[in-house]
Design a protein around this ligand. Structure first.
Ligand code: BEZ
Ligand code: FE
Length: 276
């Protein structure tokens, strides 16, 4: 006798088989695994037709709000932890190399060249950021390109103002001894954009949109794995409450030292893993 389970399994098998002639082996693997996992999910939760319709409506709304300035699908991936899981899979720990974390949607190509000692021009508590770029044996990496970007004291990136200002971002290069420094501001916690479908998902699950305060870095140099990471602020209460996109790693939490003149300073020594 054919059971309900047989009917469900047969359908999964039929769909998996339908991708068997996909010429590219990796595409075939992805489509077949996606089919297996998606069907397993539907069967496990006994998905109702009404829930399926709601899911389609949710994804449709996610597409509708997405444009060249707003990427709601990345945000969805971020709050589901899919971005961090992809980072984990692709950035296996290598010796003492600095850990990677989420890229986020606010990086902009062609940021201004600020140079060592330069100011990335954000509003907030001034912060001197000093550090070095080294390989895993401790040798300096000169000429590494260091991209930095951060939100201002009100929790907004320049691109969120919609007036073409360029603030809180820039790039510089490590010196012959691997050192670098620039002036930014002490990061403050801010919410990820929560006025769209992803915000509705967070509200429906009683989750906060807040990110722990952080400063973004992307460090690249020939022969090394490009590092996308942040530093977080030791003592930030949001570290305890939780980060909406699961980006915090203990090794990236740094001490921001308050200075007598009201400014602050922090040190970040970057260790790059070799390109493999
Ligand atoms: C960010 O840190 O800029 C960010 C990361 C994930 C989602 C939204 C913002
Ligand atoms: Fe950010």
């Amino acid at each position: 006798m054919t059971t309900q389970q047989d009917i469900e399994q047969r359908l999964t098998d039929e769909v998996v088989a339908s991708f068997a002639n996909t010429p590219d082996p990796r595409t075939r693997e992805l489509l077949q695994a996606l089919t297996r996992h998606l069907h397993a999910f539907i069967r496990e939760v006994r998905l109702t037709e009404d829930e399926w319709t709601k899911a389609v409506e949710f994804l449709t709304a996610t597409g509708h709000i997405t444009d060249d300035k707003r990427q709601e699908f990345i945000l969805l991936s971020d709050v589901l932890g899919a971005s961090m899981q992809t980072i984990a899979v692709n950035n296996e720990a290598y010796g003492n190399a600095t850990e990677a974390t989420v890229f986020g949607p606010f990086f902009v190509e062609e940021s201004p060249l600020v140079g060592n000692g330069g100011d990335i021009n954000a509003s907030g508590t001034p912060c001197l950021v000093e550090g070095s770029v080294r390989d895993t044996d401790g040798n300096p990496v000169p000429g590494a390109r260091i991209e930095v970007w951060e939100a201002d004291e009100d929790g907004f990136y320049d691109v969120q103002y919609g007036d073409d200002r360029v603030t809180g971002r820039g790039h510089l290069f490590s010196e012959p001894d691997g050192s670098f420094s620039f002036r930014g501001v002490k990061p403050t916690p801010y919410p990820i954009p929560d006025d769209g479908p992803v915000g509705a998902l967070l509200k429906a699950s009683n989750r906060s949109p807040m990110r722990a305060a952080h400063l973004h870095f992307m460090v690249s140099a020939a022969g090394f794995r490009t590092l996308v990471t942040h530093i977080f602020v030791e003592g930030d209460p949001q570290l305890e409450i939780g980060d909406s996109v699961f980006g915090v790693k203990e090794s990236l939490v740094k001490k921001f030292e308050d200075q007598p003149d009201g400014s602050t300073r922090v040190r970040f020594d970057v260790v790059l893993a070799p390109q493999q």
